[in-house]
Design a protein around this ligand. Sequence first.
Ligand code: AMP
Length: 594
Amino acid sequence: MARSGYEAGMKMMEELTTNAEQIQEQVLEEILGRNAGTEYLRRFLRGETDTKLFKANVPIVTYEDIKPYIDRIANGEPSDILLDEPVIQFYRSSGTSGGQPKLIPTTAELANKGAIFCTLLQSVMTKHFGDLDHAGKIMELMFTKPVIETPSGLQAASVSTSIFKKSGFRTISKLYTSPIETIFCSDTKQSMYCQLLAGLIRRDEVVTVGSTFASTVLRSIKFLEDYWQELCSNIKIGQISDWIIDSGCRNAASLILKHNPDLAYSIENICSCKSWEGIIRKLWPKAKYISAINTGVMSQYTAELEFYGGGLPLVSGFYACSEAICGINLEPLSKSSDVSYTFLPNMAYFEFLPMKKDCVTISQDQAQFDGLSRHESIEMKTNNEDTEPVDLVNVKPGQCYELLVTTSAGLYRYRVGDILMVSGFHNNTPQFRFVERQNVILSIHVDKTSEADLLKAVTEAKALLDPLGIFLTGYTSYGDTSSIPGHYVLFWELKGKEGNNIKEVDPKIMVECCSKMEESLNYTYKMYRKENEIAALEIRVVKQGTFDALMDYYVSKGASLSQFKAPSCTKSMEALKILDSRVIGKFFSPKTPI
Ligand code: AMP
């Protein structure tokens, strides 16, 4: 982005954040002006457009509450039952409902907001890193997901897939190292191979390396560990491997792949080093930063990404969801643990449900020192029943809130499911740290597994033990990201129905339990599992008495004995030590779930 462009973008940012209150009021008035007559809002507003009435009468809802309307639109009823503007497509969110991705309506107006957001984001990046668009290429790893068609003929796709499919993306695709055909290859392995190949071929031009999420960048490094020799051999002889059979990928590769032994040797030299510390910087020496969201669940990958980055800044640029674009990180050079997102008051009407008690802002290290996971400590302190939401400009520093959005695309006081903490203000607009996704206990990539999802999967799997006369007497879980891709680990304590101690279990049946659990988990888990973004689920059978030892530990840390219940998920180092020291068998799911 040229200097004049970024200055205009930064000016817009200043105006938006200075006039947040008026802009929010305007956004809500516009939404009500257009949508008050819809079947949905008429139930609460009787056609009125008054913003006070909106707050008094329109209920706070979850996806399940509006799903009947969304399903009707997806099945062919006119969209004006929910929103005035025609729905042009649905976004498929990584959050699920009844095991399936949520469908979020989208409109032409929202697409325009997306374009404004991109300008603002790019302005912030240009301000901090200079005009990189003209300095070289962006090595961004991009993947698409299947597009489905609803019975009404409307398409449903993930936000990123929708962006890549737009004609506007084709015009800017020359800024990236990845040829567009490789992004659209439905086989993730071939796509990843060819995108890495393209990034290596142009390694001297690459000015940033990244992907939307930190987990994908790490996954690509792991992939490179496995394939660098083959990639180098392709570069050496100027020919792509035979197993790349996707015609788009082959054609794209043939256009950029030239016989280049010197390049191959220099990559081999770097990759054959024993330690891969700083590998990203070594392979792409002109890169100025690594762009990838590394807040929220992605913060589990920060340390590893820093190791491979060799000092390159990690930039977590924005906070957005299928429902709305929310905020931008105005300080892209800030430490991952300090990243805050400044909300954009023109993107949606935002409200915030205060959590009854302040959320605990102890660091992960402190939490682990205390023997409690961050998730557990926050969960114990939060509850937002019976509280009234507050407007964007009225939130209080240090306080945690659950985010509600009202958009022109048919979401009214909709619970996004994210918990945010106010870290400060930029002009009159608050900045938020991402605290956690509500009701998500396990997440390796963008999968979101709730306590209820996990319980359902455990219940279905443990039924396989019934005929053997074996009970499951306790379970807990954690997301193991010590290797990439990470995987779900379940600790199971078993007991014979006759009261007998279980010293050994039939490995075949335990492997089946692993498979059954994976089959029972939700769509998003299974999709990423198939793409190997998540590795095979593992069950670790622990000795009898382990969950008693776990309880003793929690009681020693202050939990009440009478109220104690083993957490469905734990991140506490101490608890994991107790569990791991009592493992008597480890079993893995042998195949990807159907
Ligand atoms: P989706 O609806 O599939 O687009 O996923 C959106 C969700 O991803 C959000 O509701 C958040 O839970 C999470 N998310 C998006 N951006 C960030 C971010 N910058 N930091 C942490 N979590 C994020």
